[in-house]
Design a protein around this ligand. Structure first.
Ligand SMILES: [Zn+2]
Length: 699
């Protein structure tokens, strides 16, 4: 995600997955034309037994017919939609780039952004020209007391240097931003997060298996190559790469792990600026706040990981000013690489896309430019997407489904036997308060102060980064803006925001194969209905349940009900802790527990909702239709079909270690094997793999 949100936002797909559903230039014809993947029940492999491996039954034929393109790290039924959405954006960008005299301000911005990004020969000719002022600034550093100044400049300039995501910020040295106050969701406070790494998370520095060591070796080589590209000698770069890895490893050791971070209570450390300052006396916070133009004070500062900041102090003291200059140079070059010449782009791709994720070929430039424009000006560009691809009928039908599924959860809360009336009442109050946001925001963002030109792609990205950073920091000390969206309209994803108590479905995911106006109800409820149920369930997963109807971190559970909940949650965590042989790693069910709870709750709620709907229309769930399938069977096949996706082993390994979502096979098989409603659909017998002996159920 692009916006600093230390807030607890739970998304459907990983941010990584969000950008990898993409296609290749020079790929087979079927993949180089935009094609929406409609649900196709003939893709089921009827020679297989659905009770043995339902994912295989529903997906093996599709996966075999749709191999992963060379420039992709995963490929699934949603990938065609990604390509289709990007093509709509490309059309809008190309149109806006045509140099006519009567362009609107908005067309000038997105059009010139596109033209500068696509100008490969101009970017090649510029070399490191536009990076020079920043490199110079670092070269002139003479004292460690200037560290705060330097870090502030990098955070203002380098895209991704300060943004947080679900797990943690990837900023140089530390992350700084805003969030809703955990204890008072109506106001915004400053938040300070652990960060500073170049590898995906702390485990990559600490694990001592052979594969982890091999990746660290390749990371060191990558740093050396990048430093040489930025002007260092090969000899110097070899020494510097070791320094950088030593600094980052020490930071990783001081960081909070990603499972501990899942409990918001562990993040809610309120401090005054003086207290923050005392954690790391050698970092001048007051100066940092001045340079990034944040409001000079905040009601308090939330420090997500105080130990990390305690750990920074000896690190700053132990390393020389030259060591810190090297560290800063690396993070500047690293964060700027995608916007520089081919040599930088290729080397950046080589480590992050090839080594860490298994891609075999760089994506075509136009697709990279579409995604950059979506990130930097997406709430302007998104208007074109809504106009072209999101008709009002889609919104109306989605709203109706959301209401049906919310009603199903109300029904579920009424009937479950493990929760007492007092807690049930609170749960219903929270459910009633959920706000449904569908398609796109009511108010579009004002980008009028962002300067965009055709001369320098790097400068455009720099401008947009500064704009967004200021926009975020300006919220500190103010009441929360409940209308804001953190995903742009064409995004194929969805999220629940625990501190706003909202569910959010961008228009981008309300398309086939997830939502299809041509399809019957069981198909739509199995696909997008489950996604809606998933997001609603996040309000009641092991993390979401700790927030109340207003988004405050407040315990509304009786002790007995909390205990009953935790037992059910433990069942899920145990079930999803499994070795993944093809990736050479074990999935940690405590990391994925919230998402797994949401998957299980989501499919059950969607099933309850479609059952209610068919009953109200006098239709049967189990009557065979002309095509030989029952509506109940179609519901489950459609669910599995929407998750058909092959992942390269390198990518799988990286997401298992970093991402809170389970791999697609588990998202299907573990969920259905917990559901008697599924076993009935395919007459699965006790003892078969899709009939789990110990079925987990929270919602
Ligand atoms: Zn989720």
């Amino acid at each position: 995600m692009r916006i600093v949100r230390f807030a607890i936002v739970v998304v459907l797909l990983s941010p990584v997955l969000g950008i990898i559903h993409a296609d290749a230039q020079g790929a087979p014809a079927s993949q180089s034309t935009p094609k929406l993947e409609h649900f196709d029940i003939s893709m089921v492999d009827k020679t297989l037994d659905p009770c043995q491996d339902f994912y295989k039954y529903a997906c093996s034929k599709w996966n075999a017919a749709n191999p992963i393109p060379a420039d992709q790290v995963a490929w699934g039924t949603g990938s065609g939609l990604q390509y289709w959405n990007e093509n709509i954006l490309r059309d809008a960008l190309e149109k806006a780039a045509a140099p006519t005299s009567n362009r609107t301000d908005y067309e000038q911005k997105i059009g010139d952004y596109w033209a500068a990004c696509m100008d490969e020969s101009g970017i090649e000719a510029a070399g490191t020209r536009d990076l020079k002022p920043e490199l110079e600034r670092i070269a002139q550093m003479t004292s460690k007391s200037q560290l705060a100044d330097q870090v502030a400049h990098i955070h203002r300039a380098v895209p991704g240097a300060w943004q947080g995501d679900d797990n943690q910020s990837r900023a140089a040295l530390l992350g700084f931003g805003q969030m809703q106050d955990f204890d008072n969701a109506s106001r915004v406070v400053a938040a300070i997060d652990q960060a500073g790494l170049g590898l995906p998370n702390r485990d990559f520095y600490i694990k001592d298996d052979d594969k982890s060591k091999e990746i660290r070796g390749e990371y060191e080589t990558h740093i050396k190559k990048m430093l040489v590209l930025s002007g260092e000698s090969p000899e110097q770069s070899a020494v510097d790469a070791k320094t950088i890895i030593a600094i980052e490893t020490a930071m990783a050791q001081a960081q909070m792990d990603n499972v501990t971070r899942r409990d918001p209570k562990n993040l809610n450390n309120k401090m005054s600026l003086e207290q923050v300052q005392s954690l790391t006396p050698s970092f001048d916070w007051k100066h940092y706040i001045e340079v990034v133009s944040a409001p000079p004070s905040s009601p308090h500062y939330i420090v997500t990981s105080p130990n990390f900041f305690r750990g920074l102090e000896p690190l700053i003291q132990q390393h020389s000013v030259d060591d810190w200059k090297v560290y800063l140079r690396w993070h500047l070059v690293h964060g700027s690489a995608p916007y520089l010449s081919k040599a930088f782009v290729d080397e950046n791709w080589n480590f992050y896309s090839h080594t860490l994720q298994g891609a075999r070929q760089l994506q075509p430039r136009w697709r990279r430019c579409v995604r950059a424009a979506d990130r930097d000006l997406g709430m302007a560009l998104g208007q074109a997407y809504v106009a072209a691809a999101f008709p009002p009928e889609s919104k109306q039908r989605t709203v109706a489904m959301v209401h049906d599924i919310e009603h199903a959860l109300d029904q579920d809360i009424t009937t479950i036997d493990w929760m007492q009336p007092a807690t049930k009442e609170q749960a219903k109050i929270k459910l009633q308060a959920i706000e449904d946001k569908i398609g796109y925001p009511d108010h579009w963002r004002d980008y009028s102060s962002v300067k965009v030109g055709r001369d320098s792609y790097l400068n455009n990205v720099h401008e947009a980064t500064t704009f967004e950073f200021h926009r975020q920091l300006n919220k500190i000390g103010k009441p929360v803006d409940r209308e804001e969206w953190t995903m742009t309209p064409p995004t194929i994803n969805a999220y629940y925001d625990a501190q706003l108590n909202t569910i959010n479905f961008p228009g981008g995911i309300l398309q086939p194969p997830y939502f299809d106006s041509k399809m019957e109800d069981p198909v739509n409820y199995g696909a997008i209905g489950m996604v809606i149920g998933h997001e609603i369930t996040h309000g009641f997963d092991d993390e979401g349940r700790k927030f109340d109807a207003q988004g405050n971190l407040r315990d509304w559970w009786t002790e007995a009900d909390a205990k009953a909940y935790d037992q059910r949650g433990q069942c899920i965590a145990d079930e999803y802790t499994e070795e993944i042989p093809e990736a050479g790693v074990k999935q940690n069910g405590h990391l994925t527990q919230g998402e797994d709870t949401a998957d299980n709750g989501g499919l059950r709620l969607a099933f309850m909702a479609v059952t209610n709907k068919l009953q109200s229309e006098g239709k049967s769930l189990d009557a065979k239709e002309a095509d030989g399938w029952t509506p109940r069977q179609k519901f489950f096949v459609s669910y599995a079909y929407s998750w058909c996706e092959e992942l390269r082993p390198e990518f799988m390994r990286t997401i298992v270690l970093t991402n809170p979502h389970s791999i697609p096979r588990y998202r299907v098989n573990n969920v259905v094997s917990n559901m008697p409603e599924f076993q009935e659909a395919f007459s699965c017998k006790k003892g078969s793999p899709m009939v789990r002996a110990n079925q987990c159920r929270v919602w």
